[in-house]
Ligand binder design. Structure first.
Ligand SMILES: Cc1cc2nc3c(=O)[nH]c(=O)nc-3n(C[C@H](O)[C@H](O)[C@H](O)COP(=O)(O)OP(=O)(O)OC[C@H]3O[C@@H](n4cnc5c(N)ncnc54)[C@H](O)[C@@H]3O)c2cc1C
Ligand code: FES
Length: 509
């Protein structure tokens, strides 16, 4: 990434930095010519890699060094300090890497190093020939990308019933929906990536059945496709309320790029919108519509937004934050009917609305797995290697329930980063690797200028410890059970969030 000449870009690293100013475990941001570069020291080794995360440009020098990797402060991507490789999603592209040398007590950054290809995951003889991925979302895309990074030479067919190539779904309720990001930010990769990488991406292609014994999938048009390994990554779909008016043209749900485009098109002529559901997606949509100058009313049965996940204190804060931005809440109430001009609430109120968005939760898309006879448990049951009960068939993302090493129970979550990391682990294991999926769940949510980061998994807690000041947007909340920290939610405490992640990893080790 290029440095900004109007900013202080730190030292010129080609001139060297005293090794005494760089303690063991320390990182420093500087530049090499026009490139922003991070130098890091581990023992007597010195590394230099690009200073900006390839996800959304997070400043890696403010992240956390763990072994010979650095984790991004914003959404916990992880890069190798030795090679620049993006070893953990959500970043999928490497950062550049430079050679370093210690001369006369200074670490000097030299020329860029050639990219280091990853070692193949399997010997050519053991490698499966044909891999089929059902799903072109977070998990499916990350798996396909990782298969090629692992130098899988066989075929990869990615089947998606969406009409758009894999997109940055979190952006659909945030910057793209608010108008802050152009549409070319949305695809995870340019269209030519798939042909270049030999990934046979078939859009508008639904999979109707799986014959796990015959190693074959049946497509919606009745044709069959054989596989050696299969990844199921069918994600989730929005819940649709069964109330009158849900099928009116101004009533929307949000999952796909097409859904998002339709909301944006409608927003152009909307003065007042009703968002049904005070979920993460519902509230992000509310914030994005406010950014477009639309009056927004949020209707939800809950007492407070997000209380079940984040607790009452953070729930109240989120409510106030949205109210400060002009959102009207109608809590403890639900929509009973919608017509062309208004939404009638069960409590008796009516709200005028030119646009209605339902963000009332999602349902995992399990029909294929159920029909195929795979073991199910409120999701598709997978083992620690993400393999289902059918050998050679893996599952990842919103549909997968996996054994969580920390709680000792099987869990299923609906987080972008978890889906991507599961896709990456499944890719390795489809090639014959034996990597357990043991990543600590992580998600983030953005409300105006306030990011909320959440690491861990707490379905319930008996103690909530608040460190810092929520109203001042400087806090970490620890959700505990029997004295053990299950999860940490934080606002502008990125280092603490990263350290909590590492502590939870060590707990399971
Ligand atoms: C608007 C929005 C914002 C979000 N923001 C965040 C966020 O900020 N942070 C966060 O952690 N999470 C966020 N999420 C959740 C996150 O996007 C999901 O957890 C993640 O996308 C799950 O990945 P997946 O691969 O399991 O499923 P998906 O990404 O949903 O992909 C599923 C794919 O399977 C395809 N498919 C399904 N069935 C079939 C079939 N039978 N045949 C062919 N194809 C099929 C679909 O077309 C799709 O391509 C957000 C979700 C939405 C909708
Ligand atoms: S900006 Fe680095 S992980 Fe998102």
């Amino acid at each position: 990434m290029s440095v900004d000449p109007s900013q202080d870009n730190g030292p010129d690293l080609t001139q060297g930095v005293s090794t005494e100013t760089l303690a063991d475990g320390a990182m420093l941001a500087g530049h090499v010519g026009d490139d922003a570069v991070l130098v890091a020291r581990r023992g007597n080794e010195y590394f230099a890699i690009g200073a900006e995360c390839t996800h959304y440009h997070g400043p890696l020098a403010e992240g956390l060094m763990v072994g010979d990797t650095v984790r991004c402060p914003w959404h916990h991507a992880c890069f190798s300090l030795r090679t620049g490789e993006a070893v953990r999603a959500p970043a999928l592209s490497p950062v550049a890497c430079w050679r370093t040398e210690v001369r006369e007590g200074k670490v000097v950054v030299l020329e860029k190093a050639a990219p280091t290809p990853k070692a193949p995951a399997a010997s050519a003889a053991a490698a499966p020939g044909k891999i089929v991925i059902v799903g072109g979302g977070a998990a499916g895309f990350a798996a396909a990308e990782m298969l090629r990074r692992l130098r899988h030479e066989g075929s990869i067919v990615m089947l998606s019933d969406d009409d758009a190539p894999p997109v940055d779904r979190p952006n659909l309720s945030k910057d793209y929906l608010s108008g802050a990001a152009p549409e070319d930010w949305v695809p995870l990769r340019a269209d030519d990536f798939y042909a270049e990488q030999g990934i046979d991406l078939r859009l508008k292609t639904s999979v109707a059945g799986i014959d796990a014994r015959a190693h074959e999938v049946t497509l919606g048009d009745g044709s069959k496709l054989g596989y050696d390994r299969l990844l199921l990554a069918t994600g989730a779909e929005p819940v649709r309320l069964s109330i009158p008016g849900m099928d009116l043209p101004h009533v929307h749900t949000l999952r796909t790029l097409a859904d998002c485009r339709a909301i944006i098109a409608r927003a152009a002529t909307t003065r007042r919108a009703v968002v049904m559901g005070a979920s993460f997606i519902g509230l992000e949509v509310a914030a994005s519509l406010r950014a477009r100058g639309i009056e927004v009313h949020v209707v939800a049965p809950d007492k407070r937004p997000l209380e079940r996940v984040l607790g009452p204190e953070l729930g109240d804060f989120v409510r106030r934050l949205h109210e400060e931005h002009g959102v009207f809440f109608h809590l403890g109430d639900t929509a009973g009917a919608i017509d062309a001009r208004q939404v009638t609430l069960n409590g008796g109120d009516t709200l005028a609305a030119d646009l209605v968005v339902a963000g009332v939760g999602v349902r995992p898309r399990l029909a294929l797995a159920e029909k195929a006879g795979l073991a199910m448990d409120r999701g598709v049951s997978v083992d620690a290697y993400l393999e289902t009960s059918a050998p050679g068939v893996f599952a990842a993302g919103d549909i997968a329930r996996w054994p969580d090493p920390r709680s000792g129970t099987a869990i299923r979550v609906e987080h972008w980063v978890v889906a991507q990391r599961q896709g990456q682990t499944a890719a390795l294991n489809m090639l014959g690797g034996r990597e357990k999926f043991d990543a600590v769940p992580f998600f983030w949510s953005q409300h105006y200028d306030v990011p909320i980061n959440y690491v861990g998994h707490a379905e319930g807690w008996d103690e909530l410890v608040i460190d810092g000041d929520i109203a001042a947007r400087d806090c970490a909340l620890r959700y505990k059970r029997n004295g053990r920290v299950l999860a940490v939610a934080s606002i502008y405490r990125d280092a603490e969030s990263l350290m909590a992640e590492v502590a939870m990893e060590l707990e399971a080790a």
